[in-house]
Design a protein around this ligand. Structure first.
Ligand SMILES: O=C(O)CCC(=O)C1=CC=C[C@@H](O)[C@@H]1C(=O)O
Ligand SMILES: [Mg+2]
Length: 368
């Protein structure tokens, strides 16, 4: 397979309501939609999930655009690709820039799945034709959080994730448990705490959370292993896990019991699948994280989430969680708390070209 053309579209869309985390809040979402074409005119789509500013990882929309234009696209246009698993070999000499790499690698996975006429999830040996869906409450305000949880439970979501930070943790979780004593509940700290907070973090064991996500520093694996010995609540690593090697370190040090796999954060679907397999071997639970992303990335997440090890509902909420109108057709829908894996070849969703044009702020094509 030869990639003949790559099209980059920077898009921007307002969220239906601000999404706040310990690190700040997101009101508008930018992203890069990547379209690849092969010599037979087939197309594949990927999405760069980096944010406009480097608050989650060091990557941004603009650093990703530069990496794609100046490094990754030239490689892809000038090398034959027999299978998408080869791409990481081509990119190995380029350090980091995981989200830029993932954007074009996933587009080629979509293209390849269409070439062999298989749904992407079946191509990667997924086994779950319906995946349980979780949802994230993007506010620290107690009243707002309670009403959001109530409405999401009405919609059938199987798991609720809330954001916590110092000063808005015990109180928030206590209130939630008073109203919802038994719901599957988890908390994402986005690295708001340190080992000085061990007593506070121990106190959260009272709430029998499914997990506490990324309590300590974004690049830490060692201190999480100390903390996991001190608390009952399973630690889930998100930002700390950038590479397969990070997972090996976390396993060796017993730093966590759960890993949130995000295709963008780990550099692509091939890496995500390798991490899934490693976690399976070492009884580390996994689930698919979200990135407040558009429908193309969500579609790739749905494919990944059909793999056997994804037993915890992921952040695979409906398109309507964040967007008035998504860029895919049909939109991602959650019915009775489940998302159906599509049966069409590739990611199984079409592009809503009218909507994509509406929200595109910049577009460029690269040909061999
Ligand atoms: O996309 C979703 O449904 C949830 C996204 C989400 O919770 C996150 C996205 C990006 C950074 C964080 O705020 C948070 C996370 O850390 O998982
Ligand atoms: Mg997280």
């Amino acid at each position: 397979m030869m990639i003949k053309e790559v099209q980059l579209s920077i898009i921007k869309m307002p969220l239906k309501s601000p999404f706040s985390t310990a690190l700040g809040s997101v009101n508008d979402r930018e992203g890069i939609i990547i379209k690849v074409l092969d010599e037979e005119g087939r197309t594949g789509y990927g999405e760069v999930v980096a944010f406009s500013t480097p608050w989650y990882t060091e990557e941004t929309v603009r650093t990703s655009y530069h990496m794609l234009k100046d490094f990754l696209i030239p490689i892809v246009l000038n090398n034959p690709i027999k299978h998408p698993n080869e791409i990481k070999k081509y990119f190995d000499h380029i350090r980091g820039n995981q989200m830029a790499k993932a954007g074009i690698e996933t587009a080629i996975w979509d293209l390849y799945a269409k070439k062999v006429d298989r749904p992407l999830w079946k191509l990667i040996d997924g086994v779950q034709s319906e995946i349980p869906s979780g949802v994230v409450v993007g506010t620290h305000e107690i009243k707002d959080a309670l009403s959001q949880i109530d409405s999401y439970l009405q919609e059938g979501y199987k798991r609720v994730k809330v954001k916590i930070k110092p000063g808005m943790d015990y109180k928030l979780l206590k209130e939630i448990r008073n109203h919802f004593p038994t719901i599957p509940l988890m908390a994402d700290a986005n690295s708001s705490y340190s080992l000085d907070d061990i007593d506070l973090l121990k106190s959260l064991d009272e709430f029998e959370l499914l997990m506490i996500e990324q309590p300590l520093a974004v690049d830490d694996i060692v201190e999480h292993s100390f903390l996991q010995k001190e608390i009952q609540t399973p630690i889930c690593l998100d930002e700390s896990i950038i590479t397969y090697h990070d997972v090996k370190s976390a396993i060796l040090l017993n730093s966590c019991k759960v890993i949130n796999i995000k295709i963008g954060r780990v550099g692509g679907l091939s890496n995500a699948l390798a991490i899934h397999d490693l976690c399976q071997k070492h009884q580390i639970q996994v689930w698919c994280g979200g990135m407040i992303e558009f429908g193309i990335s969500r579609a790739h997440n749905i494919a990944l989430s059909t793999k056997e090890g994804f037993t915890i509902p992921g952040d695979i909420s409906a398109s309507s969680r964040f967007w008035n109108e998504d860029i895919i057709l049909p939109e991602v829908e959650v019915k009775h708390g489940f998302v159906k894996a599509p049966i069409q070849p590739g990611i199984g969703f079409e592009i809503n070209t009218k909507r994509l044009q509406e929200v595109t702020t910049y577009i460029e094509k690269y040909k061999k």
